[in-house]
Design a protein around this ligand. Structure first.
Ligand SMILES: [Zn+2]
Length: 297
């Protein structure tokens, strides 16, 4: 039996989770607080280290720490590169090294969508799947790939960037610089705009009330997501697709067009056997996945 701490840092909240691993992993405790961004990256890192020290003081036997963050990271060096959604200058911040020094235990950095994927595969909607695509829908569109029951990292840890595949060759500009990325077509504000609503919550409410434009918006954005998912199914043959993040609350409004698009486009495998589901771990998936990542290293 071993215990591991995972922290999930976003622009709004910092969540943490302690897991216990025997044969099956199990969630021991969790916590959430507002991310301290007033002094940019220094205040975020200071808060991360403080939270970890507090959890270590209250919990016996924690062996390692995982930190999940959105954006571009160098996971093998434990250093951040580019994090557009948390205030601060993030290029070259030694998050894993500072954490290891602070708590005296091995520490690892992981992209938050990869952490989501690990968590849902290990303890959520992806349990038992040999291969799985994880998709996070929120401010951006993230992803992760499980192949042969393991998270696939690829060259420099960049595998699984589901949201930055090109869907429309001359589509809208993406935050990454490319045009027509899936993220530019299906992130939160793109969905809200397609639905003619100020935000995603309003868009979901409008669609559920039968608003024709909102229904059309979810159908169109779900279709783009389904095209992206079809490409992944054709390329690597995943047997399960798990959707998480804030917009996953839309449920069938998005899952239905994704399934329809898979059936329309995938010809190389029996796509009725590819299960598309929402995540089961809610807001804790990122922290749980960061802890699982630490426990795997
Ligand atoms: Zn992009």
């Amino acid at each position: 039996m071993s215990r591991h701490l995972g922290l999930d840092v976003g622009g709004t909240n910092l969540k943490w989770a302690v897991i216990e691993r025997d044969t099956e992993p199990r969630l021991l405790k969790t916590g959430i607080l507002a991310t301290e961004t007033r002094a940019g990256e220094r205040s975020v890192v200071r808060q991360l280290l403080d939270v970890a020290r507090d959890v270590f003081a209250d919990t016996e036997g924690i062996e390692s720490v995982g930190v999940g963050m959105p954006g571009v990271l160098d996971p093998s060096a434990g250093v951040t590169r580019f994090i557009p959604n948390i205030p601060g200058v993030w290029d070259g911040v030694r998050v894993a090294g500072e954490m290891a020094d602070a708590v005296g235990s091995p520490s690892h950095l992981i992209n938050d969508a990869r952490a989501f994927t690990l968590a849902e595969h290990g303890m959520g909607a992806g349990r038992g799947a040999t291969s799985m695509l994880g998709v996070t829908l929120g401010t951006g569109v993230g992803g992760g790939l499980i192949l042969n029951r393991h998270l696939f990292f690829g060259h420099e840890g960049t595998a699984g960037e589901f949201g930055h595949q090109t869907i429309l060759p001359d589509g809208p500009r993406c935050n990454c610089g490319n045009h027509g990325c899936l993220e530019a077509l299906a992130r939160a504000d793109a969905i809200a705009e397609a639905c003619g609503q100020p935000g995603v919550e309003e868009a979901i409410a409008a669609a559920r009330a039968g608003d024709a434009r909102a229904l059309r918006g979810f159908h169109d954005c779900g279709r783009y997501l389904g095209i992206g998912a079809s490409n992944i199914v054709v390329l690597v043959g995943v047997e399960r697709i798990v959707i998480g993040g804030g917009i996953a609350a839309a449920g069938e409004l998005l899952l239905r067009p994704i399934r329809e698009e898979l059936q329309r486009r995938v010809r190389v495998t029996d796509v009725t056997r590819v299960k598309v589901a929402c995540g089961e771990l809610g807001i804790w998936a990122g922290a749980i996945g960061a802890a699982l990542h630490a426990s795997n290293n």
